[in-house]
Design a protein around this ligand. Structure first.
Ligand code: C2E
Ligand code: CA
Ligand code: CA
Length: 472
């Protein structure tokens, strides 16, 4: 019949399509999206085999760790687009610095790795080390490659980078240590001679040594150097604590408490966010059980990053953690930002509906900073609309801003969502929000995010957390 060829064609097409998709997934798992370069995982694997080969052939291997010195300036002054453009152009230039058999990879952020394999290891007359000489040649080439300005949408930008070098066999015996040592050497370069290069030395291996943010963040994930602080959300009429938002901090053994905006974006990019997010949920469940034992049955919220939201079996993962602490999902608020939600609204809508069905309360964070379509918003199963602090700050003194915040409060009410104002810092802001029907509020005026031990006394305060001025 006429149907058969169609069917066959359809099947063939499906297989081809799937094969393609699998190849694509394999490629994506080992390559960096922005530059197309191999990523750290692939670099480490290829470094492993280069070391194995070097053992057999009595040859050497070199690792160069490159970190740009002024990348943050590009992002801050010219924007992320320009930053991405710089990294892509830099990747192209780095490819030309090595032999075809060498490897250039992106480690993450503005950090790159170069692998030089099969280096000659026989010392020359006079003791010169040809492997080291080869690595130095490449380091010089990298520096030359940076000498020309980058064209970032018509703006010329001069980038400089610091390099650390480590060599097999003298500096380390395995891939991971070789990379760590190159990182340590890079860090010393950055401090002592930015824009230059240095060879790993034993002093760099000192445990008190500072590594790059990427390496330290990986270690923090391994060792779970995290702590949650909790910020009260209050009922604007009574000042009572309505719920608590969990906000993560990184307890860097050497750097004190690092705020989340300094590492969450990098963690997201490096694929570490899911591990961190899992810790947050587990800790939230543990803390909730702990407070219950003290007679406090709090409502608690936490933040989900984009990658977490897209991760498979999200609801089950959260639920299994909550069961471990015997926490009712109806006591838990899940926050996602407006821009995350609107990046792929159809998919988000399904995930949120799933979470809703489990009983979670859903909050749309940083509202006003993304680009919501009202038609979409109407269909998002969201319970709380968190008005971003940039709108709240100084709201009583600016007529345009005041009417925007009023509109957002009304929008929330119209969509059957509870309006919540973030970042309330002054009694005037508080009073404006109260008078305009915003039901919930959060901000330094009531309380900063605090360690868990401080919560019970805050919650039990007779007069709630209202500013003194608005009591009479
Ligand atoms: P957010 O979810 O919008 O959290 C509120 C941020 O505003 C917190 O910053 C809080 O300390 C700050 N804040 C609260 N009241 C005031 C105020 O009155 N004035 C001002 N200027 N700021 C106020 P924090 O703790 O530094 O967190 C920053 C962001 O990091 C959070 O923004 C959230 O997007 C992200 N984040 C925090 N914890 C986590 C987490 O566990 N997972 C994920 N994925 N992201 C997190
Ligand atoms: Ca939040
Ligand atoms: Ca927010």
């Amino acid at each position: 019949e006429h149907g058969a060829p169609w069917l066959i064609q359809g099947v063939i097409f499906d297989i081809a399509e799937r094969k393609n998709a699998e190849e694509q997934v394999a490629f994506l798992a080992y390559h960096d999206k922005l530059t197309g370069l191999p990523n750290r995982a692939l670099f480490e694997e290829l470094l492993d085999s280069a070391i194995a080969r070097a053992r057999r052939n009595d040859s050497g291997v070199g690792v160069l760790y490159l970190d740009l010195d002024n990348f943050k300036m590009v992002n801050d002054s010219l924007g992320h687009h320009a930053g991405d453009l710089l990294l892509a152009q830099l990747a192209d230039r780095l490819r030309t610095c090595t032999r075809d058999t060498d490897l250039v990879a992106r480690q993450g952020g503005d950090e790159f790795l170069l692998l030089l394999g099969d280096l000659d290891r026989d010392l020359e007359e006079g003791g010169a080390n040809p492997a080291l000489a080869a690595a130095e040649v490449v380091a010089h080439r990298v520096r030359d490659a940076l000498a020309e300005p980058f064209d970032l949408h018509g703006t010329s930008f001069f980038a400089t980078g610091s390099i650390g070098i480590s060599l097999f066999p003298q500096d380390a015996q395995d891939a991971e240590s070789l990379m760590r040592n190159a990182d340590a050497a890079m860090y010393r370069t950055k401090k002592q001679e930015p824009g230059g290069f240095m060879l790993f030395s034993d002093g760099d291996a000192d445990p008190a040594h500072t590594f790059s943010l990427t390496t330290r963040l990986r270690e923090a994930v391994r060792e779970e150097h995290w702590v949650l602080h909790w910020q009260p959300i209050i009922d604007i009429e009574t000042g009572e604590v309505e719920s608590l938002e969990a906000l993560i901090r990184w307890q860097d053994p050497k750097g004190g408490l690092v705020p989340p905006l300094e590492f969450i974006p990098l963690a997201e990019e490096l694929g570490l966010i899911e591990a961190i997010g899992d810790w947050v949920i587990a800790e939230l469940a543990r803390q909730h059980a702990d407070w219950r034992e003290q007679g406090l049955d709090m409502r608690v919220g936490f933040n989900l990053s984009p990658r977490q939201l897209w991760s498979a079996r999200l609801a089950e993962k959260i639920m299994s953690n909550l069961r471990a602490g015997d926490v009712d999902p109806r006591r838990v608020i899940v926050e996602i930002t407006e821009s995350t939600a609107m990046a792929d609204p159809e998919r988000t809508q399904k995930i949120l509906a799933d979470l809703h069905a489990w009983g979670f309360t859903l909050a749309l964070d940083d509202f006003g900073t993304g680009y919501s379509s009202l038609a979409r918003l109407k269909h998002m199963p969201v319970d709380v609309l968190k008005i971003d602090k940039t709108f709240v700050h100084g709201v009583h003194g600016d007529m345009g801003q005041a009417s925007m915040v009023r509109a957002m409060i009304q929008l929330a009410q119209g969509l059957n969502m509870t309006p919540l104002a973030e970042g309330v810092e002054t009694p005037q802001e508080h009073e404006f929000l109260r008078a305009n029907g915003c039901r919930l509020a959060q901000g330094f005026l009531y309380s900063r995010p605090v360690p868990a031990e401080e919560i019970p006394s805050l919650v039990k305060r007779e007069a709630g957390l209202l500013p003194v001025a608005s009591h009479g």
